[in-house]
Unconditional design. Sequence first.
Length: 136
Amino acid sequence: MMHSMSKITSGIMLANLNLLFWLSLIPFATAWMGENHFADNTIALYCAVLLMAAMAYYILQTLVVKHHLHPEEFTKAHQLQNRKGQLSLVAYISALVAAYAYPLISGILVLGVAVIWLIPDKNIERVYQLREKNGG
């Protein structure tokens, strides 16, 4: 995603630092959740950290698309990837709300998001392959 930009701005750098910050909190939240045997409040914190990381990724992706080398070609590919991001945000919000009443459902939602992101997204790769084939 980052190698296809025409320039890196201070906003992109700050968005990247924001994402890295929230990702750095995941081991803490995971360890606390494990030590407390998946207590409701620990699951809620874990979901909140994942939600904030997802929002930070969405912000970073939006800024990267805005400063893309060939925005018209990559817009469709990024829109398809953006659907996964939006679905993740909805799932994390739902998991956070359900953490106190239905902790098992929260875990299933978080696991579902992980599975969604494990499935590779070939759309951006296809755009690069078409550009190479067309000499671009």
